[in-house]
Design a binder for this molecule. Sequence first.
Ligand SMILES: Nc1ncnc2c1ncn2[C@@H]1O[C@H](COP(=O)(O)OP(=O)(O)OP(=O)(O)O)[C@@H](O)[C@H]1O
Length: 416
Amino acid sequence: MTTVIRVSDVSKKFAINANKSLKERLINARTTKQNKSEFWALRDIDLEIAAGTSMGLIGHNGSGKSTLLKVIGGILSPTDGYVERRGRLAALLELGAGFHGDLTGRENVYLNASILGLSRADTDKYFDSIVDFSGIEEFLDTQVKFYSSGMYVRLAFSVAVHVDPEILLIDEVLAVGDEAFQRKCLDKIRSFMREGRTIIFVTHALDLVRDLCSRAVLLDHGVMQYDGAPTQAIRMIRDAWNEEAEVEAEQAAARADDTVTGAATYTPMRISDVVITDGAGQPKDTFSPGEPFGVECTVTSDRRVTDWAVGIKIENHMDQNCYASNTHLMNLQLEPIEGSRRVSFSYGSIPLIDGGYHVSLAAHGVNGPHYARAARIKNFKIVDSEWQDGLVRMPAQVQVRPVEAGAARAATAETR
Ligand SMILES: Nc1ncnc2c1ncn2[C@@H]1O[C@H](COP(=O)(O)OP(=O)(O)OP(=O)(O)O)[C@@H](O)[C@H]1O
């Protein structure tokens, strides 16, 4: 396998100026040096990237992904170490980079294409196709400073993929395009991959990394935490998010005792001793999809309340609501409460996909006010070796059979 990019022992340091404004800088000109602090955005990164690799760079905000992509693209030079590249490279790094605001879209196509190494004659040849792909023909003679961010990206992506790059670097910019254009870009990226080109992209869309990449690099505070299979990198980042969520949950739990709200009539209730279980009362926090699952809590009311219900909600790490219900919707008529009640929700199976989840509970009137909330009070994890998109894990039977009699045998597959 030919190596097209080699990143050797790369570190990148930025100087951060404490004097933010020009005025501050002028006033403190003499002490500028003292007001500068250093910050390492990347530390000791080594990567060898073979031709045809599709690699995703993932990590939390500020972990160094864009910096690494810029260093790979030669837009930033490393403080230590070096980068070697082989082959024509096109990069979509920052919105509008490579574009001149006062020039029209048409003029920028020529300018940008020449920066990316395409001759005037070749640009003439590809021009119609570039414009056609971008879908912004009617704005071609408008200065790009009047473009929306989506229009910028449409034109920039279109130029980048028409200059016949062997290496394509893409930062999060595609996210600003509308859904139809994003789909078109992804189709183009897939066809680039089939042609054996090398693609490196930065994204927060983990599903995309799983779908498109053969390799993923996980950065954490500028340090490479993992380099390998996308599924493992995604699991590691989700675990890190879960840990953060657990800290939040602990803080929420600490507050839960006094998370009592009422409408005009204040009715103090408390939710405490929340446990995630195996559906039969045993504490458990990691499940396979389809396993029994349960949540228990104690609801306490200092005074008699006749109209009450308990609600439960499960959200994923993207804050998407995966499930919500309450005892009233489950047709359970609760006896009036005064004192404490142990409430347990049991489910025969938990049909969610691999990932981390948060459980929230609430006590409220059947149609009325909230008496107590315990938001994101507990977390649990679903671990699944088979990857699926969406929210729910649906057991499936698939059969592919020949239409012509006797042509081939039917293929069947089953997931539980
Ligand atoms: N030109 C710069 N001068 C000073 N600090 C910088 C500069 N560029 C980036 N940084 C800092 O370096 C760190 C890494 O930034 P970078 O943009 O590479 O992170 P990222 O992982 O791409 O983040 P995000 O997911 O938010 O886009 C951040 O703390 C950022 O503030």
